[in-house]
Ligand binder design. Structure first.
Ligand code: XIL
Length: 385
């Protein structure tokens, strides 16, 4: 790269990143240097992404795409199976463990010297339980509680033991109902009680992997509309501390722009002050932080690509600067690295039918302004150990 193009890139970054895509285009496979993993590592932060094992399931074919794999190899220090460790993939029935799909991702990570992160041992949300589990009969009275506990502990013990290389696990995912901050009900909590179910999960994970970071992961966001969700998560985290449940960190999913789709033509209305107060309380209780599922949902932005990309980059930079300012933030994981493979294409399609631009790379595997915003945030971040 010539010095004049470095200057231009710097200028583009200074100008809110709008020009970075044009400058940063390059050939499809040209690796960006330094990589995001390297930029993050220089500040004591891990960078990586989710990836699906393919070829079945919505959009999870990404793993079979050699060019996609190259982006992951170039940029990532850690990989997270997108769906492959969830009950609905791992557990076709009450007896079977189907590790094959997650094993393929684990092997790819190992071959390329990339770490592996675990997501998730208990997505405590009935919508995401496999049908057989939703209908499972644990019996009545104290026997029901014992049976439910036995199944949950068995699952966690076996899955954690199968992947001893995993140093950070999302143990419980999304159990707070954003409507009123209450804890969701499932067949497990119906049998054992809600606090007991969640505590059992964390204790089982700790017993199976004493040195592994154990995370509560959720999507409470900084946008207006998340007030009850944030309050519910704080209450949950306080409860863990009071009862001595072994929880080390809060996973902040960071699907930016998703929680206030009613905000006209925008990426939501960030409540920066309330958000800082929330993060202050979380860190005040001694929890570490991870950004676990970063993407930017351009659902309500006008169709023009350059303006969309620039808005996303600007919002992301502001958010990441704020989060990385907390020395407790030790990891940033993108929820996919190439737009066409983003779960948001099908989960919340745009009303105008255009493809979303929610991730760091476009469909020709070129880095977007969002990628450069993440790089700029790492460069600006304070060091941590
Ligand atoms: C999503 C996957 O990306 C989709 O492929 C799947 O159909 C549904 O789950 N919060 C989480 C992730 O914790 O597990 C979700 O992943 C996205 C929202």
């Amino acid at each position: 790269m010539t010095s004049s193009s470095i200057l231009s890139r710097r200028q583009a970054l200074a100008l809110g990143l709008a020009g970075a895509a044009v400058l940063g285009g390059g050939s499809a496979q040209a690796a960006q240097t330094p990589s995001l993993a390297k930029l993050a590592k220089a500040k004591g932060v891990q960078f990586g992404s989710a990836v699906g094992a393919g070829p079945t399931g919505s959009l999870t074919g990404s793993f079979e795409d050699a060019r996609y794999r190259q982006v992951l190899i170039n940029e990532c220090g850690v990989l997270v199976p997108e769906n492959e460790l969830k009950w609905y993939v791992l557990r076709p029935d009450a007896e079977t463990f189907a590790f094959e799909r997650a094993d393929r991702i684990a092997a790819f990570a190992q071959q390329n010297d990339i770490a592996l992160r675990g997501h998730t041992l208990l997505w405590h949300h009935p919508q995401w339980f496999p049908a057989w589990l939703k209908a499972h009969d644990f019996g009545k009275g104290p026997a029901a509680a014992a049976n439910a506990e036995a199944m949950l502990v068995d699952h966690i013990t076996k899955v954690v033991a199968h992947y001893p290389q995993i140093r950070s696990w999302d143990v419980v995912n999304e159990t707070v109902d954003p409507k009123d901050g209450s804890v969701r009900h499932t067949v497990f909590s119906d049998a054992m009680g809600q606090a007991q179910t969640l505590d059992v999960a964390f204790h089982a994970a700790r017993a199976a992997a004493p040195k592994t970071q154990l995370v509560y992961n959720d999507y409470m966001g900084w946008e207006a509309g998340n007030e009850a969700h944030r309050a519910g998560v704080l209450k949950l985290l306080e409860g863990f501390r009071k009862r001595g449940a072994p929880v080390d960190a809060l996973g902040v999913q960071s699907h930016l722009g998703t929680e206030d789709p009613a905000a006209p033509g925008s990426l939501g209305r960030p409540q920066e002050k309330a958000w800082r107060a929330f993060i202050d309380e979380v860190t005040g209780m001694g929890y570490d932080l991870l950004i676990t599922e970063f993407d930017v949902n351009d659902h309500d932005l006008p169709p023009g690509v350059a303006a969309r990309d620039a808005s996303e980059a600007a919002v992301a930079k502001g958010y990441l600067d704020l989060m990385l300012d907390y020395r407790q933030t030790k990891a940033v994981l993108a929820w996919g690295m190439v737009d066409k493979y983003s779960w948001l294409q099908t989960f919340t399609p745009r009303k105008d039918g255009l493809a979303k631009r929610a991730t760091l790379y476009d469909d020709a595997y070129r880095p977007k302004p969002l990628r450069q915003a993440v790089a700029a945030a790492f460069r600006a971040a304070p060091e941590r150990t």
